[in-house]
Design a protein around this ligand. Structure first.
Ligand SMILES: Cc1ncc(C[n+]2csc(CCOP(=O)(O)OP(=O)(O)O)c2C)c(N)n1
Length: 321
């Protein structure tokens, strides 16, 4: 598939926004400015970007504890996200959620989630609602290799299959569940093979190639929209950072880490754009500068925002109701 100049430049902008937001979050966390845990998606940007480029505002996604990339790719606002990371009253969850609990239902973002695998049944439920209402919308469920070992995965895949639900399961196989390498936590190489157990298509793609991800997702989305039911896409990728900020990741093989850093999805896309004559280095630098300014503005917004007040501690939560 030959994607247009507009498509590829939009991919670039999204991937650079995710990377810039996350690099800034790493810096802020190290400076002690962000309360709570932060799990970064650096290196995995092509997955969220390629998948979400197939979605409309009406479609839904479920996310994970590593959700910033999914949220940005689905249209989440970086200033409200940054304020949430800071725990400020202007954040997406008014400062009560932090990095792992950002949602924007108006944008179809059903929530990042600190419980591994929790998004899978939520995605099946959202897809059931779409089918029941005949809305034409679909749901994408993002999850990791570790989460594909949970019962929620098998239950959601089975129900989605028998009910032909409009859902695309996207496994981001970054090869680690915390410090546990995929080689040690499952006896298969390709998680996409698990689709066969549910009678649905399963495909493995290079998760660091945004165009390959886009194309695989386009197939899954087409199938879901046309009423043929779910599919499973496994995107092989790599988490550059530790499991969470502060984790030195000493369990990773340094040679493997080095090899994956060479496969950085962003310069790879930049090279493609330049080779096709769609933009110059200077044009791409201009995009990166604009994104940097946007993220700097998000930090300024967060830093100048008020803290939540103690009187609001029980508002917008279910406690006591
Ligand atoms: C139900 C549940 N079990 C365990 C944990 C602790 N935990 C947090 S992240 C994680 C690993 C998740 O690995 P994976 O699904 O591959 O996602 P990745 O972190 O690689 O993106 C675990 C076990 C949890 N949060 N929820």
């Amino acid at each position: 598939m030959q994607l247009s100049k507009e498509n590829l430049l939009a991919f670039y902008q999204t991937m650079v926004t995710v990377r810039t937001f996350e690099n800034k979050a790493a810096e802020l966390f190290a400076a002690g400015k962000l309360p709570g845990f932060v799990h970064l998606y650096i290196g995995e940007e092509a997955v969220a970007t390629g998948v979400c480029a197939n979605l409309t505002a009406q479609d839904y996604i479920t996310s994970t504890h590593r959700g910033h990339g999914h949220l940005i790719a689905k249209g989440g606002k970086v200033d409200l996200m940054m304020a949430e990371l800071y725990g400020k009253a202007t954040g997406y969850c008014k400062g009560k959620g932090g990095s792992m609990h950002i949602a924007d239902v108006d944008l179809g973002i059903l929530g990042a989630n600190g419980i591994v695998g929790a998004g899978q049944p939520i995605a099946a439920g959202a897809a059931f609602a779409c089918k029941y209402k005949g809305s034409g919308a679909i749901t994408v469920c993002f999850f990791g290799d570790g989460a594909s070992n949970r019962g929620t995965f098998h239950e959601a895949m089975n129900l989605a299959s028998i009910w032909k639900l409009p859902v695309v399961f996207v496994c981001e196989n970054n090869m680690y569940g915390i410090s546990n390498c995929q080689r040690d936590h499952m006896n298969i190489c390709d998680i996409a093979d698990r689709a066969a157990a549910y009678g649905i298509p399963g495909v493995t793609v290079d998760g660091n190639d945004v165009v390959a991800v886009f194309e695989a997702a386009a197939e899954g989305v087409k199938r879901a929209r046309s009423g043929d039911g779910p599919s499973l896409i496994e995107c092989k990728t790599w988490r550059w950072r530790g499991h969470f900020e502060g984790d030195p990741a000493t369990y990773k093989n340094p040679e493997e880490q080095k090899a994956w850093l060479q496969k950085d999805p962003i310069p790879r896309l930049a090279q493609k754009i330049i080779d096709l004559g769609y933009a110059t280095d200077a044009d791409l630098a201009q995009i990166a500068d604009a994104v940097k300014a946007q993220v700097a503005a998000a930090v300024a917004f967060a830093e100048s925002s008020p803290d939540p007040v103690p009187a609001d501690v029980l508002t917008d939560v279910y406690a006591g109701q």
